[in-house]
Design a protein around this ligand. Structure first.
Ligand SMILES: NC(=O)C1=CN([C@@H]2O[C@H](COP(=O)(O)OP(=O)(O)OC[C@H]3O[C@@H](n4cnc5c(N)ncnc54)[C@H](O)[C@@H]3O)[C@@H](O)[C@H]2O)C=CC1
Ligand SMILES: N[C@@H](CC=O)C(=O)O
Length: 364
């Protein structure tokens, strides 16, 4: 068990956290928790899908992976929440770095019970409008905050910008761009020199894709981000309002993940044909998202000219073009890496630090 007594007693102003998910993003957050930037935080619990460790006096982030491997199998969120309660910390935070719909469905309960939630998991805010509304009500009831910076653009300052514009009375008119780091990377590389399937395997190895890459390739991950952005901007749109083009061949949509991963070559023929056809017209393929002035939303593969802003992205770059009432002659554009462990973990840490600071300012 990787527990060490904390060096000092709780001051009443510090922050205890439990971390759900110790994969690509959660693992990077554990590394960040060992840096001076996180010196006011202490980790009292961590879990993967099968095991958990908890100690109200604190865990050593660098020893969590080994402690999980040594622990008995079994998961129970109640044990992790008990560690938060027993910690005596002023601020108790659940960090969700899973892609689990079950954990996402618990966010509202945690908020209602007075735990702050910081999430990279989009399944809570990016699915039904009813779930979105529930979260907001629960946060108000519990008097706590919800950190969502990691859910869009892997922490690029998009949601914070939309909130600021909205606070100033500005209104989002349209939203355009590339909202997926993995799809950006894939189509930035896909020039016919290597099969799409080989690139997909590489993107997964880099940690850019969702645990199940069909969420990316099927457009659902981009649609979730579009919904989160639109709702944050005050447009109450629901999942059924987004037209989604899936790139996943019908035969691969419902097979188990392992079978899907063994058959990704089935993407190659169709995508290579689409790429070559576009190239003949002097155009490139990009996976774009758009919300127009009439509230119509679409995500899908689009042919763009080489001069299109999406054609000039590199790496995992995301691009968000926000056309608002006050930015209507030219959109406000935010661009930068939109996937990857370090930037996403930093977004989670930034949210934990920001909510602690906000509570301190409010005298909580
Ligand atoms: N990889 C990236 O660049 C980005 C990822 N995200 C989001 O971060 C989340 C995690 O992504 P990755 O770290 O890439 O996935 P991953 O597959 O590497 O890690 C997921 C982790 O969650 C754990 N897990 C699954 N169900 C759990 C449960 N019920 N309780 C506790 N742990 C559970 C798994 O055991 C694993 O440790 C996803 O929601 C993803 O959308 C967000 C922005 C960027
Ligand atoms: N799989 C996602 C990761 C970040 O949300 C993406 O590709 O953008």
């Amino acid at each position: 068990m990787s527990a060490v007594p904390r060096a000092v007693a709780t001051t009443g102003t510090d922050t205890a956290i439990v971390l759900l998910g110790t994969g690509v993003v959660g693992g990077a957050l554990l590394r960040l928790l060992a840096t001076p930037a996180a010196s006011t935080l202490y980790l009292v619990g961590a879990a993967n899908s099968k095991r958990q460790v908890a100690n109200a006096r604190g865990l050593v982030p660098g020893r969590v992976a080994a402690a999980l491997a040594e622990s008995a199998a079994g998961r129970d969120d109640a044990g992790l929440l008990a560690a938060l309660d027993d910690s005596g910390a002023a601020h108790r935070v659940v960090v969700d770095a899973t892609a689990s719909a079950d954990e996402a469905a618990r966010h509202a309960d945690w908020l209602g019970a007075g735990y702050h939630v910081v999430s990279a998991n989009k399944a809570a805010t990016g699915e039904t409008l009813a779930a979105w509304d529930d979260l907001r009500r629960a946060g108000r009831r519990g008097g706590v905050l919800y950190g969502d910076a990691a859910t869009v653009g892997a922490g690029l300052p998009v949601l914070s910008t939309l909130r600021r514009l909205r606070d100033c009375g500005d209104r989002l008119l349209a939203l355009d761009g590339v909202f997926s780091g993995s799809l950006s990377w894939l189509f930035n590389q896909f020039d016919g020199s290597r099969p799409f399937s080989a690139l997909l395997r590489e993107a997964r190895a880099f940690g850019y894709t969702e645990p199940d890459p069909r969420l990316d390739l099927g457009g659902a991950d981009v649609a979730r981000k579009l919904l989160i952005l639109a709702r944050t901007a005050g447009h109450p749109i629901d999942t059924t309002d987004v037209a989604i083009e899936s790139l996943v061949p019908a035969a691969l949509r419902d097979v188990p993940l392992e079978a899907f991963l063994a058959r990704v070559e089935e993407f190659d023929a169709d995508l290579e044909r689409r790429r070559a056809d576009a190239a003949q017209r002097g155009r490139l393929l990009r996976f774009l998202a758009r919300l127009d002035e009439h509230g119509r939303a679409r995500v899908g593969l689009t042919e763009v000219a080489p001069t299109h802003p999406a054609a000039r992205l590199a790496g995992t770059d995301n691009l968000f073009a926000l056309t608002t009432h006050r930015y209507r002659a030219q959109p406000l554009v935010i661009q930068g890496p939109g996937a990857g462990p370090e930037v996403t973990a930093q977004a989670l840490l930034g949210d934990v630090l920001a909510l602690t600071a906000a509570q301190a300012r409010a005298g909580v």
